[in-house]
Design a protein around this ligand. Structure first.
Ligand code: ATP
Length: 450
């Protein structure tokens, strides 16, 4: 029996059915830990990353962008500590061959070496480095080892001097970057939550030592506000402070923003005080002085502290999908068991902003609808649908989270007005065609989720 509640199965199925996310290489049985973003998925992902970029760069005079390469000098990962420390504890079941992260197992299973799946015997715990290793150039010996970056942050640190010099940046300032990262995750499950190939949105903020605690609080606040602003329900968010045992070797303090996914509260983004660890290590490993010369303070030199905000873009896609998902009983049909699936995306992240629907294909309505769509296209992502009953077409748009539908009917030909239908309330308003764009703009600006 369907309880009309969210589940990961429903999200996965909707994503496939409507072209948000597909399994990678599906025709070959799928590739573990990899997913492909379909036509609506890429729009959603782009909208989230654009929103993040806008909030983190456009709205701050002292934050600039960067797009560093995925392949970096292998010494980078020695300096960062990844070669030595970026490991997960791994155990295998000798019987069913399932692989587990030891730190995710129940204490009893670990102690008794008992597989939670089949009761078979587990191997000893061993360290497993999460970096993907490959070779560059024609030889494949140790001298040609190169890694796919496991985080985007290091690309920022190695460029921090270039950016200070070319853009005359003064502390405090930040560098923002969005890009792919790769981790050979032991267990990939829960759809796009944990994958081997994913995208991160990171901002590294360089501050004077001593000012770090205050900036840490500032960025915590700002990152929470981001989710609120783009429509994530705050009751689904919470903070988790890293305990002493969780804290990374370089971190002074760390908080995760967790979102309540169908499988429970899980990390969505981390805000970390990374101290001067990274820049000091790059000074040590590269032999280049990464200190900042403070021209406003008698040319004093110091190694800046770094406050990092590190969010998963692809994990954000999942959070936005889960948060938007709703099943609503539709009362107006007189049918006691009529439900609609609706994605209540904020209009700024919805893949399609406006759908244009002629009531009928014939009598010139389709042509008029196309004409109106062409006007709207210049301003918003649109779609056009003329197939089937109008009620069904509204439902199709609800299911992918389109906040506005514009319906063109016979009266439209006479009085040059259209019906604007709202996804959340299902209310309809009659609007003069000339006012349509402004009205939609205003609705987007003033949007709040009911
Ligand atoms: P976890 O404990 O879940 O493995 P982490 O603490 O190692 O994550 P960070 O290194 O802090 O994660 O990465 C920052 C962000 O990048 C995370 O908050 C998450 O949103 C995202 N992220 C990390 N690993 C993955 C992954 N394998 N798949 C998708 N997103 C990821």
């Amino acid at each position: 029996m369907d309880d009309h509640k969210i589940s990961m199965e429903k999200i996965v199925s909707l994503c496939k059915r409507r072209g948000f996310v597909f399994q990678s290489s599906e025709i070959y049985g799928g590739q573990n830990g990899a997913w492909d973003y379909g036509p609506l998925g890429i729009e959603l992902k782009n909208n989230i990353s654009r929103a993040w970029w806008r909030e983190m760069t456009q709205l701050h005079d002292n934050i600039v962008g960067l797009d560093a390469s995925i392949l970096m000098h292998p010494r980078t990962w020695e300096a960062s500590g990844h070669v030595e420390n970026f490991t997960d504890p791994l155990v295998d079941c000798k019987k069913c061959k399932t692989r587990f992260r030891a730190d995710h197992l129940e204490a009893e299973n670990l102690e008794k070496k008992l597989c939670p799946e089949c009761g078979g015997e587990l191997t000893d715990t061993r360290k497993f480095n999460l970096m993907f290793k490959t070779h560059i150039g024609p030889t494949d010996d140790n001298s040609s080892v190169i890694y796919l970056r496991p985080e985007t942050a290091q690309g920022i640190y190695v460029n921090y001097k270039n950016i200070i010099q070319s853009n005359r940046m003064k502390i405090p300032f930040g560098i923002a970057q969005i890009g792919k990262a790769f981790r050979n995750e032991i267990v990939t499950k829960n759809f796009i939550f944990r994958t081997c190939e994913f995208e991160q949105m990171e901002m590294q903020f360089f501050v004077k030592p001593g000012d770090d605690d205050e900036w840490f609080e500032t960025w915590k606040k700002q990152r929470w506000e981001f989710y609120k602003k783009y429509g994530i329900r705050t009751e689904k968010l919470r903070w988790h402070q890293h305990g002493k045992d969780e804290l990374a070797h370089y971190a002074k303090d760390a908080y995760d923003i967790e979102y309540e996914f169908p499988m429970g509260f899980k990390e969505l983004e981390g805000v970390h005080n990374r101290t001067d660890f990274d820049l000091s290590r790059h000074t040590e490993y590269s032999g280049k002085d990464m200190q900042y010369i403070d021209q406003d303070d008698g040319n004093k030199k110091y190694t800046p502290y770094i406050i990092e905000t590190s969010a998963g873009l692809t994990r954000n896609v999942l959070a936005f999908l889960c948060d938007a998902y709703d099943e609503e009983k539709v009362a107006d049909k007189g049918n006691a068991d009529d439900w609609r699936v609706v994605l209540r995306f904020h209009p700024k992240v919805a893949p399609i902003t406006v759908a244009v629907l002629p009531l009928m294909k014939k009598d010139g309505l389709a042509e008029l609808a196309k004409e109106i769509q062409n006007e709207l296209k210049e301003e918003f992502p649109t779609s056009y649908d003329q197939a089937g009953a109008i009620g069904k077409r509204y439902r199709r748009q609800d299911e992918v989270g389109t906040p506005f539908c514009v319906t063109i009917d016979y009266d439209s030909k006479e009085d040059n007005s259209v019906t604007l239908r709202f996804r959340d309330s299902m209310e309809q308003a009659r609007i003069p065609r000339a006012e349509l764009i402004d009205r939609i703009r205003k609705e987007i600006k003033n949007y709040t989720r009911a």
